[in-house]
Structure formats: structure tokens, C-alpha cells
Design a binder for this molecule. Structure first.
Ligand code: 13P
Length: 291
């Protein structure tokens, strides 16, 4: 398939009321598992890397692998840089072949968040087929280098949201509505559904222009996920779930096969486990057969 950016893919999802899974990967086995599962379900896909795995494998290596895989895949696939707080590294990844960049200046004050986000938008838009995600309010928990304590988390102000979108030129918007990165302490975290609905109405009305992102997918109950999608969330981020799957499966495999020294067998076990999780999310988000 031709390389597409996330905006086009997500506008279709917003209009048709499903969400695309945006899955964080840290290595090649996870990457392969995610692509294989999405291909089998004919689902559009966003692969994400946080900054640390991106730097570990090198952005140009991730970019080249992604471009090769996406060009031959029968489904649309994007490569997204997740929660990058460094404007220069956002530009490096856009140059390296990422098709979607998240500049996370949400811990800065409002005007500095606008300035940094606008700078990344201008760079990516001049480059061509690269869309940009910005965040307003702060999502609590830990995602790679971004750590936000519970008492530091702030929900997105709807009035500011409209100004932020207009003044930055972002393509995709992540409003903080109470979801959190990592494992939720409660089975029913307090989410502000009304705020999401209000922001969706203000920004998109009946004519979607700026797709909305839900961060902190891991651990949300299925009915909550469906409600967030019905209110306009069309990019659904999942990270911790896949990290747990990778580590738990590796641990279980090694513990029960102490005489096995073929690393490919661990990889196969991990791949199957990750694929099962991706299938779970594809069903929940309603994106099967939407490629
Ligand atoms: P989880 O780790 O809670 O799934 O959150 C993922 C995320 O929002 C990545 O940006």
C-alpha cells in the first residue's frame, strides 16, 4: 500500500465511528506481531515508538524497516513517534521516515506548548506527508521519559483546546480527559466523558477535521473503550498491555523450558501472545475490515 499519514486514516475512522489501534512497540518481534495481526484482520494500523526504543534501534533503522513493511502490506500502516518532548528529535524522526509525530509539550505553559507544537507542525508539513499530534492538559502516569504524578495531571480546558488547534496547525489532537498511562489503580478510573464530548463538538461538530486521541488504553473496561470511541476518540493508544505481554510470556516460556536454547522459540511464543492482544483490541475498537 502507499505510505499514508495518520490524519487521513483517522478522519475515516472518526466519520465511520470506529478507532484505529495505535500500538507501542519496543522491538522487532512486537513490530512483526502487530503488523501480522492487523493484516490478518484487514485493519488499519498505527505503530508507535516512544523515544527510548526509537533511539535504541535508531530512527533511520525503524524508518527503513517500517517503509519496507508498509509498502508491501495490504493494509494502511503509519509509524508514529509517541510523546516526544524534544522538538529537534521530532524533526529527526520525521526526516527518518516516521509518518506521524507527537510533540508533547503538555508540561510547558500554554503559550510555550503552542510555540513548540507549531514549530513541529511547520517542519513536518513542509516535509510533506507527515502529520502531527499535540497534547493539551497532562495525562498522568509514566510513558517512557514522560512522567506525570497524579496530583500534577490536569484535564484539557475546552476553550483552550480550540485556540490550541487553531494556532498550532496540528492534525490530530490529544486532550487529557482523565485517562492515565500504565496500570490503573482502580477498575473504574474517573474519566470526564462530558469533556471529551464537548471538545469533539467544539473542534469537529458534524464535520470531522481534527481526529481525537485517547491515551492510556491499557486496563480500560470494554464498555468504557466503546464509549470513548462513540464520543469521537479515533486513535486509541495501547502500550503497557503489550509490554506486559512481552515480558510475562518471555518469563513463562523460559521458566517452563529451561533446557531450550533456541531463541526463535521464545520469539514465536511472544509473537503469538502479542497477536492475541492485538486481536482483542481490534475487536473492541471496531476496526477489523476497515483497511
Ligand atoms: P498505556 O500504556 O496505558 O496503554 O498508554 C499508552 C499510551 O497512551 C501511549 O501514548
Amino acid at each position: 500500500m502507499p505510505i499514508v499519514n495518520a490524519k487521513e486514516m483517522l478522519l475515516k475512522a472518526t466519520k465511520e465511528k470506529y478507532a484505529v489501534g495505535a500500538f507501542n512497540v519496543t522491538n522487532l518481534i512486537q513490530l512483526e506481531a502487530v503488523v501480522e495481526a492487523a493484516t490478518e484482520r484487514n485493519a488499519p494500523l498505527i505503530i508507535q515508538t516512544s523515544v527510548t526504543p526509537s533511539k535504541f534501534l535508531k530512527p533511520e533503522v525503524f524508518g527503513a524497516i517500517y517503509q519496507t513493511m508498509a509498502a508491501s502490506a495490504p493494509i494502511p500502516i503509519c509509524l508514529h513517534l509517541d510523546h516526544c518532548t524534544d522538538v529537534a528529535y521530532c524533526k529527526t524522526c520525521a526526516d527518518a521516515g516516521y509518518t506521524n509525530i507527537m510533540i508533547d509539550a503538555s508540561k510547558q505553559n500554554f503559550s510555550e506548548n503552542i510555540n513548540q507544537t507549531r514549530e513541529v507542525c511547520q517542519y513536518c508539513h513542509e516535509l510533506g506527508n507527515v502529520s502531527v499530534e499535540g497534547e493539551l492538559g497532562t495525562v498522568s502516569g509514566i510513558e517512557d521519559q514522560v512522567k506525570v504524578a497524579e496530583d500534577e495531571a490536569a484535564l484539557c480546558d475546552p476553550g483552550e483546546a480550540l485556540k490550541f488547534v487553531n494556532e498550532t496547525g496540528i492534525d490530530i489532537f490529544a486532550p487529557a480527559i482523565g485517562t492515565a498511562h500504565g496500570v490503573y489503580k482502580s477498575k473504574n478510573p474517573k474519566l470526564d466523558f462530558d469533556r471529551l464530548a464537548q471538545i469533539a463538538q467544539l473542534i469537529n461538530g458534524d464535520d470531522p477535521k481534527i481526529p481525537l486521541v485517547i491515551h492510556g488504553g491499557t486496563g480500560l473496561q470494554p464498555d468504557v473503550v466503546k464509549k470513548l470511541v462513540s464520543l469521537g476518540g479515533s486513535k486509541f493508544n495501547v502500550s503497557t498491555d503489550l509490554k506486559h505481554s512481552l515480558i510475562d510470556t518471555t518469563h513463562e516460556y523460559i521458566s517452563s523450558h529451561r533446557d531450550e536454547y533456541n531463541p526463535g522459540k521464545i520469539d514465536m511464543a511472544v509473537k503469538e501472545a502479542i497477536k492475541a492482544r492485538i486481536n482483542y483490541w481490534i475487536d473492541l475498537l471496531g476496526c477489523a475490515d476497515k483497511a
